[in-house]
Design a protein around this ligand. Structure first.
Ligand code: XUL
Ligand code: MN
Length: 345
């Protein structure tokens, strides 16, 4: 099989000021426009966007103002040799999204969510991106009785169909996550995602984006989640990172908590030729609050480098030996070989 030349992406939010729920910014803000100039030198050619990363203050602007601003960003991307990977409506920040967007109990708030979704599609078209990403942040509950869950799932499916109808080319990539900020999110896994895809009016345009940490938070193995989507040819993108057990969403560097699990994600992607049709290796990693300086980017280059080292580990993994061990059902030897290989012994 020919070797894939991977291309990488991240979002402007991955260069951040370091605030968390318990403390304010610890680093000076670094303007988005200046971030775009860093991408290529850091080894990245794709930019992941939220709608308001492209068009700040989107809610107060007219359609023509939004289009003009998106056009400006498109020019910057062209000048920097960058591609917009996707645009995601930020449905968790506005007063209208306190209780969710598509699943809110308020009809006017649901209409707001649709309006932001339409704007995101329009922005994606201006940027030349073929997809919107739905991370369904607040589509869930803190108290299970607060929403009619069956109706909520129907509303999510209706919205998917409405997007497919509104734009005949756009793809929807759902990024499942089981919790945070809600106690329990709807669409917590890739299985839920693909069920919605097949139930939609055009399943070929409804795919998944798997974030390593989100799978771990659901108690699942990210490489198996990826394999499930790949088996259905529905892995549109990934957010590689890491997560140290069941706690807040950490967005640690790829491989930093569990190197073997990271190896298996890379191996599964490699084995299926992921990336050969232009799919990005997306990162969603956060610099730790203790890291000084501005802009802080080492977490991005380090995660990218770890990925590439693991690609090498995957390419030198002796598949003939693995086949022998599988045949003999000697998984003890298989595991010992795998660990020795990772240790470089
Ligand atoms: C949240 C998360 C988001 C999405 C994009 O956990 O991962 O940053 O990737 O909206
Ligand atoms: Mn993510």
């Amino acid at each position: 099989m020919p070797h894939t030349n991977y291309r990488f992406s991240f979002g402007p939010w991955n260069i951040s000021e370091g605030a968390d729920p318990f403390g304010p910014d610890v680093r000076p803000a670094f303007p988005h426009e200046e971030k775009y100039a860093l991408f290529r030198t850091l080894g990245f050619e794709g930019v992941q966007f939220h709608d308001d990363d492209v068009v700040p203050g989107i809610d107060g602007l007219s359609a023509s103002q939004i289009s003009a601003k998106a056009g400006e960003v498109k020019t910057i991307l062209e000048n920097q040799g960058l591609t917009a990977e996707f645009v995601a409506p930020r449905l968790w920040f506005a007063p209208q999204t306190v209780d969710g967007g598509y699943t809110s109990n308020s009809a006017s708030d649901r209409e707001y969510a649709w309006d932001r979704t339409q704007k995101s599609i329009d922005i994606a078209n201006t940027l030349g991106s073929k997809a919107i990403v739905l991370w369904l942040a607040r589509e869930g509950t803190y108290m299970r009785e607060a929403k009619d869950a069956k109706l909520a799932y129907q509303r999510i499916l209706e919205t998917i169909n409405r997007v497919l109808e509104y734009d005949k080319d756009i793809e929807i990539w759902i990024e499942p996550k089981p919790n945070e900020p809600t106690d329990q999110a709807y669409v917590p896994t890739i299985g839920h995602t693909l069920a919605l895809s097949y139930a939609s009016t055009d399943h070929t345009r409804v795919k998944g984006l798997i974030e390593s940490a989100h799978a771990i938070l659901a108690g699942l193995d990210p490489s198996d989640e990826m394999a499930f989507a790949l088996a259905h040819d529905k892995l549109a993108s990934v957010h590689l990172n890491d997560q140290n057990g069941l706690k807040y969403d950490q967005d640690k560097n790829f491989g930093a908590a569990n190197l073997r699990a990271a190896f298996n994600q890379v191996r599964v992607l490699e084995e299926s030729g992921y990336g050969s049709r232009g799919e990005f290796i997306g990162l969603d990693v956060k610099a730790v609050r203790t890291q000084g300086g501005s802009p802080v980017t080492a977490h991005l280059t380090n995660s990218r480098e770890i990925f590439l080292h693991l690609v090498e580990k995957s390419r030198t993994y002796d598949m003939a030996l693995v086949a022998q061990y599988r045949e003999a059902r000697d998984y003890e030897a298989l595991e010992a070989y795998t660990i020795r290989h990772l240790l470089g012994l």
